[in-house]
Design a protein around this ligand. Structure first.
Ligand SMILES: *Cc1c(COP(=O)(O)O)cnc(C)c1O
Length: 295
């Protein structure tokens, strides 16, 4: 549905990167204004599967600031498919910018209590939404991971020794591992605190024949999911000043900050060529007070 010619492979030379290490970002954030980065790759096979099954309604799940809901709303709008979001927590008097935008694209919002939301995997949503195609929260399913196998085929990235990305559910990382070469090492920077369950989640989406080495890094969540510190904001502003690449506060800001710390502590040997996946998510920055970020 999209043409991937917008997606640049951009080499970066921030001041903290030694000349012995090369780094480039694959700019999935440039894919499309509304369907951001990795979320499109996770959705595409799900949208196709819904179509193939003759279902014209997608139901999915998320919170008020969810990049996944934003992307699903836009993707369904562009594909001419109906969609409903089961949203965590009662409707606030003022909808978040994410939900407003989703609604404006035709997404129907179905609010449930936090307790009901926790039970979402055990709930039969087709009782409420007959014939709907269900996409799990975050696009976390086998079709989602398979769609992410396309990411490394957008540009020739075979010469990179390391491929690194931010990790929420691990679906994107699983797709990258399944499609990487045997000589490539993958590192997933987990943005949630105490998310030790993630290695089993990633494992469950891996193909037996995958050859790449991978690991999860748990030290760079910066205080936990969606925690924004002055340190992170200063880092992101500095990075933008040096590279003109905007990062988001929840995922890619923490990825690149984690990468910087690991570069400084010597995790990447001289001669490394590191590919950073810019997974998009920039709409989430709208939840910050204006002026905090210099872009
Ligand atoms: C959702 C999201 C992620 C996490 O992807 P997973 O496949 O759930 O690990 C990473 N980056 C951005 C910008 C996201 O919106």
């Amino acid at each position: 549905m999209f043409d991937y010619s917008n997606i640049q492979l951009q080499y970066i030379t921030p001041t903290w990167l030694p000349g012995t290490i090369q780094a480039a970002m694959l700019r999935l954030d440039l894919l499309h204004g509304a369907v951001s980065g990795n979320k499109w790759f996770k959705l595409q096979r799900n949208v196709a599967a819904a179509r193939a099954q003759g279902r014209d309604h997608i139901v999915t799940f998320g919170g008020a600031y969810s990049n996944h809901l934003a992307a699903t709303a836009a993707a369904c709008h562009l594909s001419g498919i109906r969609c409903t979001a089961v949203v965590r927590g009662e409707a606030a008097p003022a909808l978040s910018h994410t939900l407003q935008l989703a609604q404006a694209q035709g997404m129907h919002l179905h609010f449930v209590t936090r307790a009901q939301y926790r039970e979402k995997e055990k709930t039969d949503w087709t009782a409420l939404f007959p014939d709907a195609y269900i996409v799990p929260e975050g696009g976390h399913n086998a079709a989602g991971a398979e769609g992410c196998e396309e990411i490394l085929a957008i540009r020739d990235v075979s010469a990179f020794t390391h491929i690194i990305c931010a990790v929420g559910t691990g679906t994107t990382l699983a797709g990258l591992i399944n499609s990487a070469g045997p000589q490539q090492q993958l590192r997933g920077y987990v943005v949630l605190k105490g998310a030790e369950y993630l290695s089993a989640e990633v494992e469950s989406l891996l193909k037996k024949e995958h050859a790449a080495q991978w690991n999860l890094v748990h030290e760079h969540h910066g205080g936990g999911y969606a925690k924004v510190t002055p340190d992170l904001v200063a880092f992101m502003n500095q990075f933008f000043a040096e590279t003109h690449i905007p990062l988001d506060v929840v995922y890619t800001g923490k990825l690149v900050q984690g990468f910087k710390k690991e570069v400084i502590s010597g995790v990447f040997p001289a001669g490394s060529r590191v590919l950073l996946i810019h997974s998009g998510g920039l709409q989430g920055n709208l939840s910050l007070k204006p002026g905090i970020l210099h872009y």
